[in-house]
Design a binder for this molecule. Structure first.
Ligand SMILES: [Zn+2]
Length: 162
């Protein structure tokens, strides 16, 4: 049940006018928890898409090279075999940033998880981080295959390779 903004009376859901004062009822959908989660997901995945800056020929001939950028040491394949491809370089950068973030996180976690009493907490955080890195990796590969130069959530803005 919505409230009329003129008289404060109850207005049945879906009614266009208040039966009490005749005022027009605006759709006031409550922003519920599901919307909140949805907004957050959109915010998270709505990263910069620079696909239009790359030529369609570059994208179509190097999209499979770009996949290797996310497969650990195989990032060396696009580094050496597609060094003239801006599209492959875009994904090489993302894959390299992701790999470095993962290595650094694992190092920090392995130190912190050795602490007595609270070490388990860091082991737990490390497990969650591993899942997050896996999700980013999958997003990166999906973008690469789909010919999208779309930044990864959270870390996609970082540039170490141009
Ligand atoms: Zn009213």
């Amino acid at each position: 049940m919505a409230k009329c903004k003129y008289c404060g009376g109850d207005v049945p859901n879906g009614a266009a006018f208040c039966s009490n004062c005749g005022g027009r009822v605006e759709e006031t959908k409550n922003h519920d928890f599901a919307d909140e989660v949805n907004d957050k997901i959109n915010e998270f995945t709505n990263t910069a898409d620079t696909t239009s800056e790359y030529s369609p020929e570059d994208i179509s001939s190097n999209k499979f090279m770009a996949i290797f950028a996310y497969l650990g040491i195989l990032v060396l394949i696009p580094v050496f075999c597609a060094k003239n491809s801006p599209y492959a370089r875009f994904h090489t950068n993302q894959g390299a940033v992701l790999a470095i973030a993962e290595i650094v996180t694992n190092l920090v976690i392995s130190v912190l998880s050795g602490f007595p009493a609270i070490g388990w907490l860091f082991t737990l955080i490390g497990g969650i981080a591993d899942v997050a890195f896996l999700i980013l990796l999958v997003i990166g590969i999906i973008n690469a295959v789909n010919g999208k130069a779309k930044e990864l959530p959270v870390i996609g803005k970082i540039r170490i390779i141009r």
